[in-house]
Design a binder for this molecule. Structure first.
Ligand SMILES: [Zn+2]
Length: 406
């Protein structure tokens, strides 16, 4: 089933043709009209009620299509897609955030249904499509200590003794320090930030962290999230590299394009770099204060069947809700087989051309921007005939995570 994805024009998205989301949408949807001044932030592929995909041929929502034959579409043990598949094109930073775990999500949803709209957890996987920058998890405590110590302005804002404690105090010292950052008074925060900015602007040889400060300040002046760059790891991902955000890990995407897959939920606890509501008390209660090196945050894929699927890498997180496979078939390979998920899967083609030839069904042409829902009843093997196109054939595939026991 070919799908039309749902495009989100959030303010932080890349503009017009700069946006990979817009390029995919233009190729995916014949009705799509590109406006060069408009931000195109996200492309959603799935059955989430806030942005359901449509069946191209009929205009029916994917969710209702699935419901007409749940067993044929998703297999005997599911009635709804367990994941939401997305592409993001980011021009300016998304808010610093954490996502609650399942039991916490149930409580938050019961208590504040207007803010936390569903009772599900929202672990996320992001795979870079272009050079991609993100903040992820707290830095090692010693690293935070050395960074903060360089700034008398931060000592004035947070307290010299509190910063000093971080040298040996570990998690508890960080909790105390981060709590006082999040509770700092707006006037004092403003003074601190403007003094730091003046110093940074006067530098003849600014560091990459200085430049990030300047960049974020343009979009979020006086936002407490600006100072998080000294607390959180700043990661630069190359295309194909990934990060996985489990519950309670603080993170923010800064720039670039990525594939994203997550459990089907919208529960976000925000901590800065946002005009939206910041639930500071919940954040401070949930956030993981574990400090770890930036390199430890990269998430590695596995090759499940190197003999038969040499061109496929699968990202398998520790939750049942989803897994993502990336297939890159070079030119010159005539045929290639990928696996369907036990609950079906969604394919997104990012480059090249191929024909999907499901047994007993008409072949489907796959090219840039094509989104296809493959029902469970199609079987476990999906045969591709790769066509000459001058570039490798790249397809991303989201499915329920059958690769772990839980
Ligand atoms: Zn997130």
């Amino acid at each position: 089933m070919e799908l039309i994805g749902s495009v989100k024009n959030y303010d932080w998205g890349k503009l017009g043709q700069e946006s990979f989301v817009a390029k995919l949408a233009a190729a995916n949807d014949g009705q799509f009209e590109l406006d060069v001044n408009k931000p195109y932030a996200e492309l959603w592929m799935g059955d989430h009620c806030s942005g359901p995909s449509l069946i191209s041929a009929t205009g029916e929502e994917l969710g209702s299509f699935i419901q007409r034959d749940p067993v044929g579409n998703l297999g005997p043990d599911a009635c709804k897609l367990s994941y939401l598949f997305k592409v993001l094109s980011i021009r300016k930073a998304l808010s610093i955030q954490v996502h609650p775990d399942k039991s916490e999500a149930v409580k938050l949803h019961a208590q504040y249904p207007d803010i936390y709209k569903d009772p599900n957890h929202k672990p996320e996987l992001a795979i870079a499509l272009t050079d991609f920058q993100a903040m992820c998890g707290f830095r090692p405590y010693g690293e935070i200590y050395s960074l903060l110590k360089e700034w008398p302005e931060l000592e004035a804002l947070l307290g010299k003794d509190k910063i000093q404690k971080l040298e040996t105090g570990g998690e508890e010292a960080l909790r105390e320090l981060y709590t006082s950052l999040m509770h700092s008074k707006p006037k004092e925060l403003e003074t601190c930030i403007s003094q730091m900015l003046a110093k940074i602007n006067a530098k003849s040889d600014p560091t990459s962290l200085d430049q990030l400060f300047q960049q974020l300040h343009k979009d979020f002046p006086n936002d407490v999230g600006l100072l998080s760059i000294y607390f959180l790891n700043v990661l630069s991902l190359k295309p194909g590299q990934a990060i996985y955000l489990s519950a309670n890990v603080p993170h923010a995407y800064l720039t670039g394009d990525c594939i994203e897959c997550m459990a089907c939920s919208d529960n976000v606890v925000r901590a800065g770099l946002t005009p939206k509501f910041k639930d500071v008390d919940t954040l401070l209660r949930l956030i993981s204060y574990e400090g770890a090196a930036a390199e430890s945050k990269f998430f590695q894929p596995v090759q499940l069947d190197p003999a038969r699927q040499a061109h496929t890498r699968t990202f398998i997180p520790s939750v049942k809700d989803f897994a993502v496979a990336e297939t890159r078939v070079p030119q010159g390979v005539g045929e290639y087989t990928i696996s369907n998920g036990a609950n079906g899967c969604i394919l997104l083609v990012c480059s090249g051309r191929a024909k999907l030839t499901p047994v007993g069904m008409d072949p489907i042409g796959l090219e840039f921007g094509k989104i296809v829902f493959v029902p469970a009843r199609t079987g476990s093997e999906l045969r591709l005939v790769i066509e000459e196109s001058g570039s490798e054939f790249i397809v991303y595939q989201a499915m329920t995570n059958d690769f772990i026991e839980q």
